[in-house]
Design a protein around this ligand. Structure first.
Ligand SMILES: [Zn+2]
Length: 223
């Protein structure tokens, strides 16, 4: 039986033509496109692929790429905050760039830095990692639990738009890219996980703020 790895819908999917031989399904509920489990890469294949990326502070192209996520988030960040780069890869770079702005950011990666730092964070960056999630439902819950109420989540991933574009989309050609998000998928995520969407001028960057549960509760008490 097929289950959507984000909304856990069991019944309604449309098959999508992708740019390679993998089989893609689009969830009719949350519009997540995902590869079926037989096409998921092994941990070894993933590790090999990630080590091929030219990542690191010494690569100006990569720094420029990451700055797409940092720049819109910077006005929301301050030196007193504690942040996390979720899925930092083999060569943590975003945390180094933030340190240059005197903003503390720790690193986590399930393969390369598997020890999750303890405690809660004021912000979490997840740049170019959502598309690698086998189970976005589990990862989103994990990220939500890492954030303080009112904490900021900054995601960078390329969104899919139309089936006819998806069928020749180079972003879906990478075998480690296994889940693809539509603008509607992020709307689903913000409602389901109780985040408020923040404005972003870059379609590749999605910013959202975890709801201030405490504030809502205290408002109820005063009513
Ligand atoms: Zn779904």
């Amino acid at each position: 039986m097929t289950i959507c790895p984000l909304c856990l819908n069991k019944g309604s999917f449309s098959q999508m033509n992708g740019p390679d031989k993998r089989m893609y399904l689009c969830c009719d509920v949350c519009k997540l496109v995902f590869t079926t489990t037989s096409f998921l890469p092994t941990r070894k294949e993933e590790e090999k692929r990630y080590k091929q990326h030219n990542n690191g502070i010494e690569f100006p192209g990569y720094v420029k790429f990451l700055n797409q996520a940092i720049e819109p988030a910077l006005p929301l960040l301050s030196k007193e905050m504690r942040g996390l780069d979720y899925g930092c890869g083999p060569t943590p770079t975003l945390s180094v760039l933030l340190e240059q702005q005197e903003i503390k950011c720790e690193n986590y990666d399930p393969i390369f830095f598997p020890e999750l730092p303890e405690g809660l964070f004021d912000f979490v960056f997840a740049t170019e990692c959502f598309e690698h999630f086998f189970l976005p439902a589990r990862e989103m819950q994990k990220i939500k639990n890492l954030l303080k109420p009112g904490g900021i989540l900054i995601i960078m991933t390329e969104k899919w738009t139309k089936p006819e574009v998806f069928s020749r989309w180079t972003y879906a050609k990478d075998q480690t890219h296994v889940t693809f998000y539509h603008a509607d998928t992020f709307r689903y995520i913000s409602v389901k996980y109780k985040f408020n969407t923040l404005e972003s001028s870059n379609p590749r960057v999605i910013m959202m703020q975890k709801e201030e549960v405490e504030a809502a509760v205290s408002e109820l008490i005063t009513l």
